[in-house]
Write a protein that binds this ligand. Structure first.
Ligand code: NAD
Length: 356
C-alpha cells in the first residue's frame, strides 16, 4: 500500500530541501504517492495568492502533508502562509522534539525533550486593538486606570477547550512514545485567570494519567533557567502558544540549532510536518543548506503514519551521518567555511547509503 501524502516544496531553499527529503523517505522502503502542491512566493504571479485553495483541499483529503519552508510575503492579505495553513486546518498542536545527536556541535550532550506548544490561541489569536482605536479606548475605560491611556492592546484568550486539547495531546504523546513526565509551563502566579486556568485544566487531565505519566508544573521564567542549567531533567513540556514559541526555539538551540530541528503541526485527524527553519532565501539554488531538519520531520511523519520501524531506521541513518561528520553541510562543521562541507543533496545521498 502507498501512503498518499501532500508534498509542498515551498519556496527559497524549500524545493531543494524537499527533493533531498523525498529521496530519503522513498529509500526507507515505504511507498508514497506524492500529491505535489505549490505554495509560496514563486506562485504568487500565477495564482494571485501564495496559498491556492487546492493546497488546503489536498491536505484535507490526504490528512498528511510534508512541507518545505515558505517565505512570508510582504503586502498581501496573509500574515504568513504557514500560520494560515495551521489555522485553516485546525492544527492545534505544534510538536517539536529536541534531541541531541552525538557529533552535533552544542554545549549540551544530554537533551532529549519534546516541546508541545498550543497553536491556536493565547496572545497569538490575533485579537489586537491599535493605539487610539474605539475598542482600545473601551477596554482602557473598563480597566479603570490599570491601563495607560496611550496603549495598544493585545488580548490573551486561554480556553478550557484549547487547554484540554493540548494537554491531552501531550499526555497521549507521552504514553505512545514511552515518555515518563509531562511538565506544564506558564506564569500562573501573575496571570491568575488565563494561565491559572491552564494549570487547573492541566491538573485535571494529569489525574487521568496518574500512575502512568508523572506531572509537574514549572513557571516559565524558572523553566528558562532550568533548561539552560539542567535540560536533562525534562521530558515532555506543554505550554500555551507564546511561551511555547519562545521555549521551543530555546530548546532547538540546546541541541544544535535550526539545521537539525524538526517539527510537526497536528490536529484531530490531520498533520503537517515541517522543519522549524525558514526558507533561507539567500542560499536558494546553491545546494548548500542542511536538509536534516526536514528529513527528521519526515521521520516524525513516518512514526505518525504508524511506520515505527522505518522511522527508527531513518533516525539511525541520520544519527550515523551526523556522528561521522563527513557528509554534512557547512553549518555542522566546526568552521562555517570548511571546504569539506558537502551540499544538500550529498547529505541525502549519505543518509540513503546508510539506509542500505
Ligand atoms: P531562516 O530560518 O530562513 O534563516 C535564518 C538563517 O539560518 C539563514 O540565513 C541561514 O544562515 C540559517 N539557516 C536556516 N535554515 C538553514 C538550514 N536548513 N541549513 C543551514 N542553515 C540554515 O529565517 P529568516 O531568514 O528569518 O526567514 C526567511 C523567510 O522564511 C521569512 O520570510 C520567514 O517568514 C520564513 N519562515 C518560514 C517558516 C516556515 O515555512 N515554517 C519558518 C520560519 C521562517
Amino acid at each position: 500500500m502507498a501512503y498518499r501524502v501532500t508534498l509542498i516544496p515551498g519556496d527559497g531553499t524549500g524545493p531543494e530541501l524537499m527533493d533531498a527529503t523525498k529521496r530519503v523517505l522513498e529509500a526507507t522502503g515505504i511507498n508514497f504517492e506524492w500529491d505535489i502542491q505549490d505554495a509560496g512566493m514563486d506562485i504568487m504571479q500565477k495564482y494571485g495568492t501564495p496559498l491556492p485553495d487546492a493546497v488546503l483541499d489536498s491536505i484535507r483529503k490526504n490528512k498528511v502533508a510534508i512541507k518545505g519552508p515558505i517565505t512570508t510575503p510582504i503586502g498581501t492579505g496573509f500574515r504568513s502562509v504557514n500560520v494560515a495553513i495551521r489555522q485553516a486546518l485546525g492544527l492545534y498542536a505544534c510538536l517539536r522534539p529536541c534531541k541531541y545527536y552525538p557529533g552535533v556541535r552544542t554545549r549540551y550532550m544530554n537533551v532529549n525533550l519534546v516541546v508541545v506548544r498550543e497553536n491556536t490561541e493565547d496572545l497569538y489569536a490575533g485579537v489586537e486593538f491599535d493605539l487610539g482605536s474605539v475598542e482600545a479606548n473601551q477596554i482602557i475605560a473598563m480597566a479603570k486606570s490599570k491601563i495607560r491611556s496611550d496603549s495598544a492592546i493585545s488580548i490573551k484568550p486561554i480556553s478550557i477547550t484549547g487547554t484540554k486539547q493540548i494537554v491531552k495531546f501531550a499526555f497521549d504523546y507521552a504514553v505512545v512514545n514511552k515518555r515518563k513526565k509531562v511538565t506544564a509551563v506558564c506564569k500562573a502566579n501573575i496571570m491568575k485567570f488565563t494561565d491559572g486556568l491552564f494549570y487547573k485544566i492541566a491538573r485535571e487531565i494529569a489525574k487521568e494519567y496518574e500512575g502512568k505519566i508523572a506531572y509537574e508544573e514549572v513557571l516559565v521564567d524558572n523553566m528558562c533557567m532550568q533548561l539552560v542549567q539542567k535540560p536533562e531533567l525534562y521530558d515532555v513540556l506543554v505550554l500555551p502558544n507564546l511561551y511555547g514559541d519562545i521555549i521551543s526555539d530555546l530548546c532547538a538551540g540546546l541541541v544544535g540549532g535550526l539545521g537539525v530541528a524538526p517539527g510537526a503541526n497536528i490536529g484531530t485527524d490531520t498533520a503537517v510536518f515541517e522543519a522549524i527553519h525558514g526558507s533561507a532565501p539567500k542560499y536558494t539554488g546553491m545546494n548548500k543548506v542542511n536538509p536534516i531538519a526536514l528529513i527528521l520531520s519526515g521521520m516524525l511523519m513516518l512514526r505518525y503514519l504508524g511506520e515505527k520501524d522505518a522511522g527508527d531506521k531513518l533516525e539511525n541513518a541520520v544519527a550515523r551521518v551526523i556522528a561521522e561528520g563527513k557528509s554534512v553541510t557547512y553549518d555542522m562543521k566546526p568552521d562555517r567555511n570548511d571546504p569539506t562541507a558537502v551540499g544538500t543533496s550529498q547529505v541525502a545521498d549519505a543518509i540513503i547509503s546508510k539506509l542500505g
